[in-house]
Design a protein around this ligand. Structure first.
Ligand code: MEV
Length: 317
């Protein structure tokens, strides 16, 4: 989940994502043949199972939604990079995915699944990758699936845990106090690739959009100071501005604006959309219970919950 800097990070500005205690669990078992079988449950979709192997034209999917296709793209690439890491190009794998992170909603679900899948598959094939190596491979997977449009932010954050700072290829972990995160989810999902392409087009057409992207970078640098000082009031103010700048880039939505305003009116120090936008989640900072209550009473909000910072990234269970 992004405290600051989504979208602008794609153009080399810094971003600060934070890992929260919602996890994707991926179990991988080697098969006796060269086929791959993927089952997923709880991806806030009906569960699905796909089985296919080399030479099949298309997988046989019981729930053919664009979200499932997108998820399959990520899993396929993750298995390919794990086989490559283990130098086992023909290894057949059974993959089971469970996740309590809604898909395509701005909480980094694809990064969490990809990171866990690479780690589990490489381990099954006999290679223990360091979290940094998993992060780098996961970034390459996201980039391939999102047609070259991805930053290292989500994948590095998922692999390392805690709060991180990403600027281009410079990725670091940050010492961070536990912040009082509240998440509001409108129950919908977005297409990250499309939203990123929309910002790119706006930025190519208008100087103001280019300036907006660099203003987000300035704001993130101020946010890092506030984070270091644990200044929740200042973090909140900057989150409000970050939301406004993202809205100027065309990536907010009525439901996201409604949830942001509900959280603010409920007493949050600040609130913003998180991730690619277009629908999905907002994040607010609130020490009390007001923002969560206000969100739960907002028709646009399907689910609201407090989110703890997850200090641990990818792990074997
Ligand atoms: C999407 O989770 C975050 C974006 O900044 C894209 C990216 O960083 O890859 C919109």
């Amino acid at each position: 989940m992004y405290l600051f800097g989504e979208h602008a990070v794609v153009y080399g500005e810094p971003a600060v994502p934070c890992a929260i205690e919602r996890r994707a669990t991926v179990t991988v078992a080697e098969r006796g043949d060269d086929r791959q079988r993927v089952s997923a449950a709880d991806l806030t979709l009906d569960g699905f199972t796909v089985e296919y192997g080399a030479g099949d034209d298309a997988p046989d999917v019981d729930v053919p939604t664009p979200l499932v296709e997108a998820a399959m793209g990520y899993v396929d690439e993750a298995m390919a990079t794990a086989r490559d890491a283990a130098d086992r190009p023909d290894a057949g794998l059974d993959v089971t995915i469970e996740s309590d992170i809604p898909l395509g909603a701005g909480l980094g679900s694809s990064a969490a699944v990809v990171v866990a899948a690479i780690d589990a598959a490489a381990r099954e094939l006999g290679v223990d990758l360091a979290p940094e190596a998993v992060a780098e491979r996961a970034y390459e997977v996201e980039k391939a699936v999102q047609s070259g449009e991805a930053s290292r932010a989500d994948t590095f954050c998922s692999a390392m845990g805690g709060a991180v700072r990403v600027e281009g290829s410079d990725c670091r972990t940050l010492a961070t106090p536990d912040l009082p995160f509240v998440v509001g989810y409108d129950g919908t999902s977005h297409d990250t690739g499309e939203l990123v392409a929309g910002v790119r087009a706006l930025r190519e057409e208008y100087d103001f959009a280019r300036d907006t992207v660099s203003s987000i970078g300035d704001l993130v640098r101020r946010g890092e100071d506030a984070l270091r000082e644990g200044d929740v009031a200042e973090l909140g103010r900057l989150m409000d501005v970050n939301h406004g700048l993202l809205a100027a880039l065309g990536v907010s939505a009525r439901s996201l604006d409604e949830m942001v305003w509900a959280a603010r009116e409920g007493g949050a120090a600040g609130a913003k959309l998180t991730g690619a936008g277009g629908g999905g989640c907002i994040v607010a900072l609130d020490d009390g219970t007001g923002a969560e209550t206000a969100l739960s009473l907002t028709p646009a909000c399907d689910e609201s919950f407090r989110a703890e910072l997850a200090t641990e990234g990818v792990r074997a269970e």
